[in-house]
Design a protein around this ligand. Sequence first.
Ligand code: GTP
Ligand code: MG
Ligand code: ZN
Length: 285
Amino acid sequence: MKKVQTGQVIEFYSNSCLVKTESGKLNCLAIKNIVVGDYVEVEIIQDSKKHLGNIIKVKNRSSVLSKKNGNKDKLFAANITHVGILVTPEPKTSSEFIDKWILKAIFSGIEPFIINNKIDIDSDQEYLDKLAIYKDINIKIISCSAKFGENLEVLQQFLESKCVLFVGNSGAGKSTVSSKVIGQKLKTNELSNNQGVHTTSVSSLYELPNNIKIIDSPGMRDIELVEYSKGKIINGFVEILESSESCKYNDCNHINNDGCNVYKDLMNGVISKSRYNNFIKFRDN
Ligand SMILES: Nc1nc2c(ncn2[C@@H]2O[C@H](COP(=O)(O)OP(=O)(O)OP(=O)(O)O)[C@@H](O)[C@H]2O)c(=O)[nH]1
Ligand SMILES: [Mg+2]
Ligand SMILES: [Zn+2]
């Protein structure tokens, strides 16, 4: 066995993690600020029963998902390329939830897309109008029924060579989509680590054929946007940002319509009401 190996963290417990390298899965001592998805260098330990390796280096990340925890950033997952936002007629997905995750993805260096799940159940015009808003701003939408396996091959194809995190309200079908794509049930939250201690949350990375990677990180379920400064929120609304470049005044607040191009585009229907409302809400709350 090579003394130093490169691998990816595929499972993360409170004080240890599993690193997948060319010679297999190595149980390693977790070090500070390592998360599932990280590429690391591991030094093999010859004489320890508990841990097979020490992480000596973390490689640069292409993206990182984190959450503010007081003054600190708590990291959840690294090197995710795509966030799949599950949108369903039942439970009803709010536009606020969708816009929050689009913004979060953009700020984290990750591409958001929408999974229109449960196409087997009835949806109304309001629901279809909601989806149309995201199609208009060039968000990729994949429609499927996870439960009945409809169109899942399209999702699977799209996910090739990507590393995805599925997000959605409770009941939207994250677990169903994941297990259908993975072809097995997900690991549950209750898992014992090597010292027999039950950890309440474990983050996992599932590697599938065709180089599909799915990350399951229970801690990322609910996010808040308090961490982003008011001035930056507009960067999470690309069409509004673009429109704002034609506002008459540099310090336009996009509310009073004096020379405001965003307001004009809102009136023209170029910018959707719900996107505009969420932008103002996220920015001014
Ligand atoms: N009709 C229909 N039901 C679905 C579909 N996908 C999932 N469901 C059902 O929706 C319910 C919730 O699915 P889950 O996969 O457990 O949802 P989840 O997003 O993991 O929910 P939480 O774990 O609570 O966050 C289950 O009863 C599924 O069978 C679908 O495409 N169509
Ligand atoms: Mg679930
Ligand atoms: Zn303006």
